[in-house]
Design a protein around this ligand. Structure first.
Ligand code: PLP
Length: 327
């Protein structure tokens, strides 16, 4: 609710950081892909936590409070790859909930620093399988086990993004409708990486309801493509926050047209191109989305003049650059 100026006149002042979440711009990547067709990218790095996960944080906490599951001032716990934790740290700071996050040590240190700067406690859990910058399902499970112990000890409310339908609903009520409106109802294809699947499931459901002819694609790291039905041959990849090597519980095959894949090399190449051609410094899953969108437009799978909407999930500032990355 925007504030008034004290004399009843509406201002353009946001009442809190919660009102900075969502309503992100959609930008045409016309320099990177001059056509035919067009790649339209949703600038989720412009959320106050610099990622798309602010949306699910706000929606899941609001719904838990509405249902009475989360009481005023009660402690909250979540298992995170970092972005969900940062989103929750913003919401919990404003709403007055002590927050503890458990996160694999394979996720970047920047994320833990960010969460702690917002007043949350971040427990970094040693990896059991992956390496720094490459987080596997076993690493996430290790962070989850530590989180469950903390819940036993403290009785904290468990947000549970991997199994919480309100995670997907956040994108059904915000991301999907924003894309539909911003494109003037012209969306031919939607492309998204999958972590919990909240983004893909919620946004694709809304877009397909509006226009059943929209084609929806997921992006998986090559060698870790369970949605495509492939055996996992390469569990380590650059796409922190996605590609955990299992089909997430929130994933809905009904709105999937086809899975796509990208290699780490393609991700690094497009991360550099998005920076140098479009002036946007984004993270690895954002680059993977753009790489997949370009490949899709060049594949003949959709008409060549299609408008492809995809997501710039977070900022490149959240990461320690990896070997082979030149910028
Ligand atoms: C950087 C990044 N990209 C993509 C995703 C995937 O989003 P979702 O969990 O909605 O599938 C996440 C999730 O944490 C993320 O952190």
């Amino acid at each position: 609710m925007a504030l008034t100026n004290g004399a009843g006149v509406a201002t353009d002042i946001k009442a809190s950081a919660l009102e900075l979440i969502g309503n992100t711009p959609l930008v045409a990547l016309d320099r990177l892909h001059p056509g035919p067709g067009r790649i339209l990218a949703k600038c989720e790095f412009m959320n106050p936590g610099a990622s798309i996960k602010c949306r699910s944080a706000l929606h899941m906490i609001q719904k838990a409070k509405e249902s009475g599951e989360l009481k005023e001032g009660a402690p909250v716990l979540e298992v995170t790859s970092g972005n969900q934790g940062v989103g929750l740290a913003i919401v919990c700071a404003i709403e007055g909930h002590p927050l503890t996050l458990t996160m694999s040590k394979g996720n970047s240190l920047q994320r833990a620093l960010h969460m702690e700067a917002l007043g949350a406690k971040c427990v970094r859990v040693p990896q059991v399988e992956g390496t720094y910058g490459n987080v596997t399902l076993a690493d996430v499970k290790a962070a989850e086990a530590v989180g469950m112990k903390i819940i036993d000890e403290t009785g904290a409310y468990y947000v549970n993004q991997f199994n919480n339908q309100e995670n997907a609903n956040a994108h059904y009520v915000t991301t999907g409708p924003e894309i539909w409106k911003q494109t003037g109802h012209r969306v031919d294809a939607f492309v998204a990486t999958v972590g919990t699947a909240g983004t893909f499931t919620g946004a694709s459901r809304y877009l397909k309801e509006k226009n059943p002819n929209i084609k929806c694609f997921v992006v998986e790291p090559e060698g870790s493509q369970p949605i495509a039905g492939c055996k996992i041959s390469k569990p380590l990849h650059l796409l922190q926050g996605s590609g955990y090597g299992c089909v997430p519980n929130l994933f809905n095959f009904d709105t999937l047209d086809e899975p796509l894949s990208v290699t780490d090399e393609e991700t690094l190449h497009y991360k550099k191109l998005v920076g140098e051609k479009e002036g946007l410094y984004v993270g690895y899953t954002s680059a993977a989305n753009v790489a997949a969108a370009v490949k899709l437009l060049n594949s003949g799978k959709i008409p060549e003049d299609s408008w492809v909407v995809t997501i710039l999930n977070d900022t490149g500032l959240k990461y320690t650059p990896v070997a082979g990355e030149s910028n």
